[in-house]
Design a protein around this ligand. Structure first.
Ligand code: ADP
Ligand code: MG
Length: 330
């Protein structure tokens, strides 16, 4: 960061807002060394993931700093969940434009602190730079999984069931609300959708329990159809989804009933951060038991079939047509 900025200098800023978030983790050395140290638990592999969020792309400039913090951390934790990993530590790179002031940073650090407690992770390092561009935050999360057991996109086989956690399509509707679109819902429903956009829920408890049970898993960030498509590609299979079985929140169901969103919109909307899972039919009761232990909603929505790519069927058996393939940046 340049010296002429009005807020604290780089080192003061790190000491004041970030070092307290690293205080509990000995390998962070109080953020006073060049690098952090991590000793994996015996019998475990480390799982590494990085994801950045950019103001105006992944969050809105007016979003509360606490939820921006939660989002950048949680989108990474969601990927660890999909790999069956338990998160341990993370690094944070913050590229700050001049208009990010201290109250913003303080609230941002509070959001991180709250989620560190909730998910049992600690900050161990990062980088802080100034940027002429939009506020950009990148987290690298590191978790552990029993050796050789990481869940992957490949591994789904013809005849497997496909499952999904939580509810689908909420975050994209929440973004439409934040953009000022009239989607005709009650205040309560609109608030629920906005919360789903701003603060995703990484399915860590269930993800860890899927190790050794699920055959393939990934998290849904580009849209249910696109992300099952990624599973299909790597697993070299097709997936057939019963569109009417895809779980919707009361708010998304209301938007559908009010014709403010189609089923196709909801199934191709991004930012769900739910898990897309393939598991053998022999594991059905086990899957249901794991979900109830993890207190996570889990719904069987279709099966793995021969071929490639994802098809979705309407309740009358006709194929559902998609207006978009899913979210892509380029
Ligand atoms: P270097 O000069 O080697 O790039 P820095 O001065 O950038 O080191 O960082 C000093 C220390 O502060 C390091 O331990 C680094 O990991 C930590 N640090 C810098 N920025 C952040 C941040 N945004 N979040 C957490 N730790 C940070
Ligand atoms: Mg640096």
């Amino acid at each position: 960061m340049t010296r002429d900025q009005k807020r604290l200098g780089e080192f003061e800023l790190i000491a004041k807002y970030f070092a307290p978030l690293a205080a509990q983790e000995p390998g962070a050395f109080g953020l006073k060394d060049d690098a952090a140290l991590l000793r994996p638990k015996p019998g475990h592999d480390l799982v590494l993931k990085t994801d950045a969020v950019v103001s105006g792309v992944h969050f809105l400039a007016e979003d509360p700093p606490e939820t921006v913090a939660q989002k950048v951390l949680r989108v990474n934790l969601s990927d660890l969940a999909a790999k069956g990993a338990t998160p341990r530590v993370y690094l944070l790179t913050a590229a700050l434009p001049a208009d990010v002031d201290e109250p913003w940073l303080k609230a941002f650090a509070q959001g991180l602190k709250r989620d560190q407690k909730r998910f049992g992770v600690s900050l161990v390092g990062g980088d802080t730079v100034a940027t002429p561009g939009p506020l950009t935050l990148s987290v690298t999360a590191i978790g552990e999984v029993p050796s050789g057991k990481m869940l992957m996109r490949g591994g789904a086989e013809v005849g497997d069931d496909v499952w999904v956690t939580g509810t689908i399509g909420d975050a994209a509707l929440g973004l439409r609300v934040l953009r000022g679109e009239d989607i005709g819902l009650s205040d309560k429903h609109r608030a629920a959708l906005v919360a789903r956009y701003r603060v995703p829920e990484p399915r860590l408890t269930l993800g860890a329990r899927l190790v050794g049970v699920a055959k393939a898993c990934l998290d849904i960030s580009d849209g249910l159809i696109a992300d099952f498509g990624h599973m299909c590609e790597v697993s070299r299979v097709g997936v057939q989804i019963e569109a009417g079985d895809v779980p919707l929140s009361p708010a998304a169901a209301a938007a559908l009933a009010g014709e403010k969103a189609s089923l196709s919109d909801l199934l191709t909307a991004g930012d769900d951060y739910e898990l897309a899972i393939a598991a053998p039919p022999s594991a059905r009761s086990r899957m249901t038991a794991l979900a109830s232990q993890a207190k996570t909603k889990l719904t069987r929505i279709g099966r793995v079939v021969k071929g490639r790519g994802v098809t979705a069927l309407n309740p009358d058996g006709s194929p559902l047509r998609f207006t978009s393939g899913g979210f892509t940046h380029f």
